[in-house]
Design a protein around this ligand. Structure first.
Ligand SMILES: Cc1cc2nc3c(=O)[nH]c(=O)nc-3n(C[C@H](O)[C@H](O)[C@H](O)COP(=O)(O)OP(=O)(O)OC[C@H]3O[C@@H](n4cnc5c(N)ncnc54)[C@H](O)[C@@H]3O)c2cc1C
Length: 324
């Protein structure tokens, strides 16, 4: 969501201080809450430590009509240097319940649960279906939002229902079909900021614990071999139909291209790495450069996989980029 609302008024800030007390933090830098360590300040920030808090915070923000944004692990969001005018909620609602006795084994997890932890806990109980998730950064909420996936599977493959909080209709249960999943896409991603995912239930299958562990280790070593270390948001662009964004970026000779503190990884061209106090403008310039080169050379218009938060209209860095 690009956001160019005005800063919160002093009356609104006062109201938020009264309502949330010390939990309401002002002008905290969002670089502290994103895996690329990028992002300017939020007018206000609140950490929700339980599902109930998450519900209360959003109900209040909606009632007060305050611009808001939910961050899980910040593994898929590029926040502008000017930050966000509104309240950012950080989701630490992390309850997990695993039921191995029902007709079909299920895992229920609050949306702030770390995806990899949910996958590992399921694996330890001999439940198969979320092995891929142990290698993907982020929360359950982020995964449900973007249909995160890896190694041939994804969130939609085992999700049965998501508990949703809607500003007018309150709590609802959305079955899989209602989320309208596609590749790194969902109703939620196509309609950002409309509702909050409170929790999700996944149906898994009983498997052999040793085999499940072996699959997890295999996925993890394959990832280490193919993807770079360092601060990033993972893949910047979605793979276009029938091709790979990384292949197109590599073929245009963009690997290693640097703008300011960010560069396009030599190991995986779809990963843009912050290795030297990069700004969002550095990233934005690399994104524009990559998009225009791939479009010139291949006639393919790359679509962002990452979400944008804040104002990107005034980013002004050069589009030429330097080789490292
Ligand atoms: C090194 C690295 C490797 C990666 N590899 C993969 C990969 O293999 N596969 C893959 O799919 N992704 C990958 N990613 C991207 C990222 O892991 C996923 O997109 C992940 O699902 C993001 O989760 P998050 O909690 O960090 O979401 P955030 O970045 O915090 O949020 C992303 C979006 O989801 C929304 N959102 C978050 N929680 C909720 C909620 N509870 N309710 C409603 N909306 C919500 C946010 O508002 C935002 O718009 C990678 C990222 C990194 C850094």
């Amino acid at each position: 969501m690009t956001n160019i609302s005005p800063p919160l008024s002093s009356q609104m800030i006062e109201k938020l201080r009264e309502t949330f007390g010390e939990r309401f933090q002002e002008n905290d830098r969002l670089s502290n809450y994103t895996t690329a360590h990028i992002g300017g300040p939020a007018d206000g920030l609140i950490v929700a430590n339980s599902g109930q808090e998450l519900e209360e915070v959003f109900t209040t923000l909606w009632d007060l009509n305050i611009p808001n944004y939910l961050i899980g692990s910040g593994a898929n969001v590029l926040v502008s240097d000017s930050g966000f005018h509104g309240v950012v909620v950080i989701n630490h609602a992390r309850n997990i319940k695993i039921d191995v006795h029902g007709k079909k084994p299920t895992v229920w997890a609050e949306s702030g649960s770390v995806l990899a932890t949910v996958g590992r806990q399921a694996g330890l109980r001999g439940l198969s279906g979320l092995e891929w998730a142990t290698t993907v950064p982020g929360t359950i909420g982020g995964a449900v939002f973007g249909n995160a996936g890896a190694f041939g599977s994804n969130t939609a493959a085992s999700l049965v229902v998501a508990d949703i909080l809607h500003p007018i209709d309150g709590k609802q249960q959305w079955p899989l079909e209602r989320l309208e999943y596609g590749y790194r896409s969902s109703w939620l991603k196509r309609n950002p900021g409309q509702v909050v995912v409170l929790s999700a239930t996944f149906e898994l299958t009983q498997g052999d614990k040793a085999e499940i562990q072996a699959r997890m280790s295999d996925f993890s070593s394959r990832r280490r071999a193919s993807q770079p270390q360092g601060a990033s948001m993972g893949s910047t662009f979605k793979n276009p139909e029938g091709d790979y964004a990384a292949r197109l970026l590599e073929a245009t000779g963009l690997k290693g291209t640097r703008v300011g503190g960010a560069h396009i990884s030599e190991k995986h061209a779809n990963f843009f790495i912050n290795d030297n106090n990069a700004t969002a403008s550095d990233y934005w310039a690399l994104i524009q450069l990559a998009r225009s080169r791939v479009s010139e050379v291949f006639g393919v218009s790359l679509e962002l996989e990452i979400e944008l938060l804040g104002d990107f209209s005034i980013s002004s860095k050069t589009l030429s980029g330097d080789r490292k």
